[in-house]
Write a protein that binds this ligand. Sequence first.
Ligand code: ZN
Length: 289
Amino acid sequence: MTRPEIEALILKTVDTGRYQRPLLISGGGRDDRFQLAHFFVQALFCSRRTEGRPPCNRCPQCRSIKEESHPDFKFIEGAGEQGLLKIEQVRQLKESLNLSPYQAEHRVYLLEVEAIREEAANAFLKVLEEPPQSAVIVLLAPSERQFMPTVLSRLNQLRLPDAEAAVPETDRMNRILSLSWSRPTEIFALAQELAGKKEDPEKMDSFLIELVNSLNLALKLKAGTALENAPAAVRELADRSRDTAELAALLDEVLRKRQDILRGRVSPRLALEFLLIIISRPRRGRSSP
Ligand SMILES: [Zn+2]
């Protein structure tokens, strides 16, 4: 979608009052995401705007949104490591959501996050499901790929161009897909190698992100979206699972293990072994329940 198309969609969303469902703006650059978020809130608050028209960008409401000084416009940045939304932040948000707006008809919460952790996600799900009538939630993230599917399914998504960066074909992914249950020593050796040294957690995390990206693309393939130049590994991942539900469950498991690793709750090597075993398991028959 182009920028003017996205802006038109935002105006339509505001005009038809369909902003009660939280909005996720992903992709593009950070400035692009903020500009769109401001456009959305201005469209909601502008005192001079008429239906179908963009916000005036000049009235006191529009100006205070641009300066992020409007009392009904709150900006929250993910305070956890790697921009994760912390559970304390979700708790504070939950309390604040029930406050009445000061000037406008709504209070808008703009949250900039990389992802939402499992714990925070569970608390956040309730907020996302039924935000109070007066509250509008907008999430900004570089990519929607690291969001848990349970969270994503509750959001309206606007994706800026560039978000669909191709997943490159890598030896690492191909090696993982060549593993077999019948050769467990290979699985354990690769898990050990990927877990690497303790001083280099980024290397392992880059692998987990690669796996998450590949699974997300595989999920799209499985759901019937035609993808040009999808790497062989992505096609293979899609072929291996029976249906989208099974693939989504695997993606969920990878995201959960990544969070456990980031939180230091599990040994990276054991978590990787667990994931590699699931990935290399034989495909289940269609007749199984
Ligand atoms: Zn205005």
